[in-house]
Ligand binder design. Structure first.
Ligand code: TV7
Ligand code: CA
Ligand code: ZN
Length: 391
């Protein structure tokens, strides 16, 4: 085992809850909570559990979740069941307003189904992010990880994009009890709209999202480079829209200078990073072309600032890719090199198509629609916005 070239080993706390692995969004839904179990099995098989303290915690309470969410919405999350929904009536009506379930009775393809065990699921993944935040607040951990969290689209009174409870907002509120300024960085392929909106006028939280912005891509109409925050939060929302096909080199050409400038002008005391794996090459929903090494380089870069760091999951719809990615990023957090050859373990057959290697090759012959013109323009607008925060 070897330290990362960019710094010493860190005290890492890790949350894993087996109660989440069995959650089922529906047979053909793209969100598969079992991918977190797959990541965990890999992490265990690489022997990384011995390098981290395990966060043992209770599920978040309704009160904790209500620190951000509307009480009526929390009540619905607690009470809704697939049956109650099917039965129709008042619950169906309420669920519609809160964006849980189908809009048409025969539409089985819904983003936010009223899944069995929904409330328990929300309490568990939010409890994990909250416990992780508390471990950073107490100083017990320098880096805290919850791969089952990172559900960045959930709004105060509304589910959105597979997200019911916004564990990120709840965790950031906890961090604000101790840290003056908190930086949020979102490398999920989708825009981190729920988190951006929650802190849109806050001077103490800066949100940065890198995301695909192409025709009709979710969430439509959000995350324009011109959206910079309002009031006290002006210039504290940063949006970096991307076209399809971004590769490692192009991504880092933007990520590094932008994040270096963000660190310089905002001077956060803690960092929260949403590490959605749908920006990886070959994702079922995203159309980007990052390698696992390229994705993890973002984590390594933020880690190098030596601030309390909360690492969360998020999207990631090609399950073998995202599990391999989060395992590798766990190793990066610890500061340990791990072998490319995937150890024999319970899920190893999922990695057959990638030759049982962690670092699968990126797709060849993918067109990168991010021309120099587009990248240079985006970079200069973002940099100009950030100069407004210079002391
Ligand atoms: C953080 N894209 C979440 C990303 C949320 C994306 C969407 C689907 C989808 C849902 C399914 C499904 C799907 C193949 C893909 C406008 C719509 C179009 C539902 C089909 N297959 C994160 C949310 C996004 C559900 N939603 O950032 C059940 O794709 O584009 C939309 C909205 C209306 C609803 N329909 C899609 O990564 C965790 N949904 C199959 C079955
Ligand atoms: Ca994003
Ligand atoms: Zn996503």
């Amino acid at each position: 085992s070897q330290s990362c070239p960019d710094g010493p080993k860190r005290r890492v706390c890790y949350y894993y809850d087996r109660g989440i692995a069995g959650v089922d969004y529906g047979e053909d839904h793209v969100m598969v909570p079992r991918r977190v179990d797959m990541a965990h099995a890999l992490i265990r098989s690489y022997g990384l559990l011995g390098d981290m303290a395990r966060l043992r915690t209770r599920p978040a309470t309704a009160d904790e979740i209500s620190s951000f969410h509307d009480e009526g919405y929390v009540g619905l999350l607690r009470d809704v069941t697939p049956e109650g929904f099917a039965a129709g009536g008042e619950m169906t009506h309420a669920a519609k307003g809160f964006n849980v379930g189908a809009f048409a009775k025969d539409d089985r393809s819904v983003d936010n189904p009223p899944i069995a065990g929904l409330w328990d699921y929300c309490r568990r993944y939010a409890g994990g992010s909250l416990a992780a935040a508390r471990a950073l607040v107490s100083g017990e951990a320098e880096i805290a990880i919850n791969w089952s969290g990172g559900l960045h689209h959930a709004c105060r009174e509304r589910a959105s994009g597979f997200c019911y409870v916004n564990d990120i907002v709840v965790a950031i509120h906890e961090l604000l009890g101790r840290f003056r300024r908190v930086l949020y960085v979102d490398i999920d392929v989708h825009h981190g709209d729920g988190v951006e909106t929650a802190f849109i006028d806050s001077a103490r939280v800066m949100t940065v999202s890198f995301h695909q912005r192409t025709k009709n891509f979710f969430p439509d109409g959000k995350g324009l480079v011109e959206h910079v925050g309002v009031g006290d939060g002006q210039y504290r929302a940063v949006n970096v829209p991307l076209n399809e096909g971004m590769d490692d080199q192009g991504y880092h050409g933007l990520f590094r200078p932008i994040m270096a400038k963000v660190m310089e002008v905002f001077q956060p005391e803690a960092i929260v990073m949403q590490c959605g794996g749908d920006s990886l090459s070959g994702d079922r929903l995203g159309n980007q072309n990052l390698s696992i090494a390229g994705h993890a380089q973002c984590v390594r870069f933020m880690r190098s600032y030596n601030l309390p760091l909360l690492l969360l999951g998020g999207g990631g719809y090609t399950v073998n890719h995202v599990a391999a990615c989060w395992c590798y990023e766990t190793a990066v957090a610890i500061g340990k090199e791990i072998d490319d050859a995937i150890p024999v373990h319970c899920y190893d057959s999922y990695y057959r198509s990638q030759g049982y290697k962690l670092h699968y090759p990126v797709a060849k012959g993918i067109k990168n629609d991010n021309t120099d013109f587009h990248v240079t323009r985006t970079m200069s607008i973002v940099m100009r916005n950030l100069t407004h925060l210079e002391a």
